[in-house]
Design a protein around this ligand. Structure first.
Ligand SMILES: NC(=O)C1=CN([C@@H]2O[C@H](COP(=O)(O)OP(=O)(O)OC[C@H]3O[C@@H](n4cnc5c(N)ncnc54)[C@H](O)[C@@H]3O)[C@@H](O)[C@H]2O)[C@H](O)CC1
Ligand SMILES: [K+]
Length: 217
């Protein structure tokens, strides 16, 4: 299986969007649908699903996941981490859509009430130590041992190295897109990611792409 670093994944993402012309929102929708497939195929308690969303494209995936669940009639809460005013355009586009669906963002959520948490806070864009407030929140969430499905990577795990950036949200399952990430196979990331499921979302790899880690059988 081919493993990729965060930078390699970003190169593939950019190639698919900018050279091939696949709209970013199509990739986000497919990423969200892939996560719903995994939720549906597992034995998760779906009584109250809490989606935690960040301000980048990982968060945009999270908003789309919340919408798809809500449209299917699930009891879903969507909680943002960070100031939504500073979110990327893809998040704002998703927020405009959910408004029309009637899905209202939660201002504050009780983690204890959740039967399943979807972690869409940070993905491959993580590039620094997590803010202190988020580290505290993650440590508290780990403490109550809720079942977590991580979107692309568990928040706080460096997708390239598997190291923890201050704190990391322990996942039962990680649904990762296109290729498995090196950081989900080694160091803390190797066990904190839980079961890793790689899903095709229609990404195309540049023909001249070289990978830093050779493909493993
Ligand atoms: N790879 C793909 O083909 C696809 C990826 N998708 C999803 O998008 C994320 C990656 O999105 P990106 O916007 O690049 O990054 P993040 O959402 O992980 O992070 C957002 C943003 O936050 C800033 N940031 C990074 N680290 C920190 C920090 N420690 N503290 C504060 N702020 C931080 C930085 O500016 C980041 O850009 C990928 O994982 C997938 O889930 C697409 O949806 C589908 C295609
Ligand atoms: K995540």
């Amino acid at each position: 299986m081919q493993l990729v670093t965060a930078a390699e994944m970003q190169k593939i993402d950019n190639y698919t969007v900018e050279t091939i012309g696949m709209p970013q929102d199509v990739l986000i929708e497919r990423a969200a649908m892939a996560v719903l497939d995994v939720i549906g195929a597992g034995h998760f308690n779906l009584d109250h699903i809490l989606v935690l969303a960040g301000l980048g494209n990982n968060g945009a995936d999270g908003v789309a996941i919340a919408r798809l669940l809500y449209a299917q009639g699930f009891n879903v809460s969507l909680q943002f981490v960070g100031n939504v005013a500073r979110a990327k355009d893809a998040v704002h586009r998703q927020l405009a859509i959910i408004e029309k669906y009637g899905l209202v963002r939660a201002e504050k959520s009780d983690f204890n009430q959740a039967t399943l948490i979807i972690d869409a806070i940070f993905g491959t864009g993580l590039n620094n130590i997590l803010p202190e407030g988020l580290q505290k929140m993650i440590k508290a969430a780990n403490h109550i041992e809720k079942t977590v499905i991580a979107v692309d990577t568990p928040t706080g795990i460096d997708a390239s190295t598997g190291e923890v950036r201050g704190a990391a949200l322990k996942a039962h399952t990680t649904v990762t897109f296109g290729y498995n990430k090196l950081g989900l196979t080694q160091k803390v990331g190797g066990h904190l990611s839980g079961q890793v499921v790689v899903k095709d979302i229609g990404l195309l790899t540049p023909p001249d792409m070289t990978f830093s880690v050779p493909e493993r059988p």
